[in-house]
Design a protein around this ligand. Structure first.
Ligand SMILES: Cc1cc2nc3c(=O)[nH]c(=O)nc-3n(C[C@H](O)[C@H](O)[C@H](O)COP(=O)(O)OP(=O)(O)OC[C@H]3O[C@@H](n4cnc5c(N)ncnc54)[C@H](O)[C@@H]3O)c2cc1C
Ligand code: SF4
Length: 331
């Protein structure tokens, strides 16, 4: 979130971009929303199915802000808060069965985000409304079912289902790269209007997409930031208001202790040190012991990226003690 003092964008303006500074085999792009005369929200989205372990989503965002056009938008401004979050991009092809005994899975947990528009609030709200309606009609009819399976039918008849159906082929189209993905998006949306007679599949799981570091091209990022448009990770984290008591149990559980070094470090040069937007994971060298993973859990922004992207699913994000975590304002 930035406070700016220039008229490059007007209140209510929306800006989206795709690609740069990402290279062809990673999916992503930016958004800028001018929320008031002086407030704007700016962000960069990177698909977690990226292949190159050197890629650093945080650094891509810093680089993005140094573009001439983006600098003009941020000119005379100051960053006022910082945050990060994983988006559920699976959409239509990844929708689960929503009901289970004693509960419903709804909103972004169920994957109702429309990734084509990066918009999910309306669908999350609608699924909440339908959940309440299902619960109410069950109670009024005095059925008191163990499982509110009516919700599954309600969902299929809702605008959420239709909207997700129409955008289903856009995201998987980018598995073939930016150019083919853009061409597919054009054909799918402009010619077939979301009703193409085929449905693309998502291919690999995000945690299976990384290539061995030996077969990956090194990506170099500037080690120094200008502190005007780009900032180092820890400085930005201090603008998230995140806080976890130092003496509470670490909420980021490592399932098998050997994997971070024996697998992640040796095969991918510890991608968690790059994909984590808060610098929680750090490789330290202990004398006579070699590299070791240090977890600075106090900085965690609860984005859940590590839970998703860790190659062997060896990191489990759990709710921290006492509701600690980021304290976002205006975000
Ligand atoms: C960067 C970004 C930009 C976006 N831009 C837009 C946009 O412009 N327009 C739009 O419509 N949508 C946008 N979205 C999507 C939108 O934010 C989501 O679709 C929407 O917030 C989903 O609502 P939800 O209630 O399902 O989930 P959430 O808003 O994620 O709410 C879930 C809540 O549960 C809490 N929680 C999680 N685990 C636990 C636990 N174990 N115990 C207790 N609480 C827990 C979380 O802290 C959170 O408050 C954006 C998302 C991102 C990340
Ligand atoms: S530790 Fe995991 S959940 Fe926390 S900020 Fe880093 S990637 Fe996100």
């Amino acid at each position: 979130m930035w406070e700016v003092n220039n008229n490059t964008l007007n209140k209510g303006d929306v800006f989206h971009s795709i690609g740069w500074p990402l290279y062809n085999n990673a999916y992503g792009g930016s958004f800028i929303y001018k929320l008031s005369d002086t407030l704007l929200s700016i962000g960069f989205v990177v698909g977690l199915d990226y292949k190159n372990p050197y890629l650093n989503p945080y650094e891509e965002f810093q680089k993005f802000k140094t573009h001439k056009k983006i600098r003009a938008v941020l000119n005379n401004g100051k960053r006022i808060s910082y945050g990060a979050r994983a988006l559920n991009e699976g959409g239509f092809q990844s929708l689960p069965k929503f009901s289970f005994p004693g509960g419903l899975i709804i909103g972004c947990d169920a994957g109702t985000l429309n990734v084509l528009k990066i918009k999910g609030t309306h669908n999350a709200m609608k699924s909440g409304i339908m959940a309440a309606e299902s619960f109410y009609s069950d109670s009024v009819k005095n059925i008191n079912s163990i499982e509110l399976s009516e919700f599954n039918k309600k969902f299929k008849n809702s605008f959420i289902y239709k909207e997700l159906y129409k955008s289903r082929n856009v995201r998987p189209g980018f598995n073939k790269g930016l150019l083919l993905g853009t061409l597919n998006a054009f054909i799918d949306q402009k010619i077939f209007r979301g009703n193409a007679p085929w449905t693309f599949r998502h291919h690999k799981k995000d945690n299976n997409s990384l290539k061995n570091i030996k077969n990956s091209k090194k990506i170099l990022y500037p080690s120094k930031k200008d502190n005007v448009f780009s900032f180092d990770r820890l400085t930005n984290v201090s603008f998230s208001g995140t806080n976890h008591k130092e003496n509470q149990p670490n909420h980021l559980k490592i399932i098998k202790e050997a994997i971070p070094i024996e697998h992640n470090y040796k095969k991918y040069l510890s991608p968690e040190t790059r994909y984590c937007p808060a610098g929680v994971y750090e490789i330290i060298n202990i004398e006579n012991q070699g590299p070791s993973l240090q977890i600075n859990f106090q900085n965690c922004l609860h984005c859940k990226t590590c839970d998703i992207k860790d190659p062997l699913q060896n990191i489990s994000w759990t709710p921290p003690e006492g509701g600690d975590g980021p304290r976002y304002s205006n975000m």
